[in-house]
Design a protein around this ligand. Structure first.
Ligand SMILES: *Cc1c(COP(=O)(O)O)cnc(C)c1O
Length: 410
């Protein structure tokens, strides 16, 4: 019998909706023109592209000229941040958070090496930046603020609207505008994204995080924003992202974004119930666990749990052998056992940081799958801990504490 497979890594990517695959197919076989061509085939492709752009714009409460398709979320982040800085044409100061996705975090590290100064705002125990800290960080030479909408490892939602409100007041008193960029890759399809309500100048999306195809991102840029390209070529995407447009992916992006937005409430209710069930049972049945981030101020599909005295990566591999796919928050991309910068920013103790894994739910997960995980997990944790010398010391202490209660007092 084939082993069952349970996918709990929807923060990494998601399955593509069948309707999206169906929508995309005709742009490989029938409507295959180059959207830049002037003939019928080209015009047909161009219409499909602009149709997709309008649909995405409508859902963001933006206008179509404000929406640009790119190769992915990472590329959108890079075009946005480097593009704004290039347009300034001078070095200066950037404000970001200490828990950004690598696409922003490593770009900021790189910018520091090239002469920019970066303030990394710290987060509280729930993984949220403080608006007061942000206000204090603003300097005369600040050029850009880049703070993600929700974090990909722990799910914490940042106070984007409140920061935008403060920034607006600050900008009124300045000659050079400080631009506000947010990476909304983890909130698209989970929260309603209204760029006017959020008050941002630039916002980033990626289709494969909301059941669309991989290899396409979008970038919202508010009208009037001064931005300069970082790659050069044709006039595609109004010169900001040159290269022949990926029509099937753009059509798939729009379709997936429409479906996800239509399903937001139902989706959140479903994944929230699954997450809370898993969380509660883990807390009830497994000792020495810590929940990283809070469920109060987070997207409803992410659960980051530390199992003390084990390696998150070992747990991931053991679960994989049982057909359960999760991801680890404890190891960085290079495969070292350094805790991730996100968990370090939470200042959780190193023992917990080592044993962190992320369960991230999607619209196709079921309660029955959670039950299966709960059947497997305690045993796997016990086995892994039985190999840990620290745990042995610890469990002896537990044993003593426990046994005292039952030894008959004279
Ligand atoms: C996945 C992710 C990205 C990167 O998107 P890609 O399309 O995979 O490049 C950026 N930011 C966040 C928060 C993400 O979760």
């Amino acid at each position: 019998m084939e082993q069952r497979k349970i996918y709990l890594d929807n923060g990494a990517t998601t399955v593509v909706y069948p309707e999206v695959i169906k929508e995309m197919q005709k742009y490989f076989s029938d409507v295959y023109g180059n959207a830049s061509s002037l003939h019928y085939f080209g015009r047909q492709a161009k219409t499909a592209l602009e149709d997709a752009r309008s649909k995405v714009a409508l859902l963001l409460n933006a206008s179509p000229e404000e929406v640009f398709f790119t190769g992915c979320g990472t590329e959108s982040d890079n075009i946005a941040i480097s593009g704004i800085l290039n347009a300034y044409g001078k070095k200066g100061h950037i404000i970001t958070s200490s828990i950004e996705h690598h696409a922003v975090f490593y770009l900021c590290k790189h910018l520091e090496e090239t002469g920019y100064e970066v303030t990394y705002l710290s987060v509280d125990k729930d993984g949220v930046v403080s608006v007061e800290d942000f206000k204090k960080a603003v300097r005369d030479d600040t050029l850009l603020v880049t703070i993600m909408h929700a974090n990909n490892e722990i799910g914490s939602i940042q106070p984007i609207e409140a920061i935008a409100d403060e920034l607006k007041k600050i900008n009124e008193k300045r000659r050079d505008k400080i631009y506000f960029h947010t990476d909304a890759v983890q909130t698209a399809g989970k929260l309603r994204l209204d760029v006017k309500k959020l008050g941002v100048d630039l916002l980033v999306l990626s289709a494969h995080k909301f059941n669309g195809p991989k290899g396409i991102g979008a970038l919202y840029i508010k009208k009037g924003t001064n931005i300069f390209p970082i790659i050069f070529g044709g006039h595609h995407e109004r010169g900001l992202r040159p290269g022949t447009e990926n029509i099937p992916a753009a059509a798939g992006f729009a379709k997936a974004f429409e479906i996800s937005n239509a399903k937001i409430e139902g989706h959140n209710k479903c994944v929230f119930a699954l997450r809370e069930k898993l969380k509660k049972s883990i807390l009830d049945t497994i000792p020495e666990v810590v929940i990283n981030g809070s469920s109060g101020s987070s997207v409803s599909n992410i659960l980051n749990v530390s199992f003390n005295y084990i390696e998150g990566e070992a747990l991931l591999l053991m679960l994989d052998m049982k057909g359960i796919a999760v991801s680890t928050g404890s190891a960085c991309a290079s495969g070292s056992s350094e805790p991730s910068h996100v968990l370090s920013a939470l200042r959780i103790d190193p023992v917990s940081a080592q044993g962190a894994v992320r369960f991230s739910f999607g619209c196709y997960n079921t309660e029955e799958e959670v039950d299966y995980v709960l059947e497997i997990l305690p045993e796997v944790i016990r086995n892994l801990r039985s190999m840990s010398p620290v745990w042995h010391q610890k469990s002896k202490k537990y044993f003593k504490k426990y046994i005292h209660k039952f030894i008959a007092k004279p």
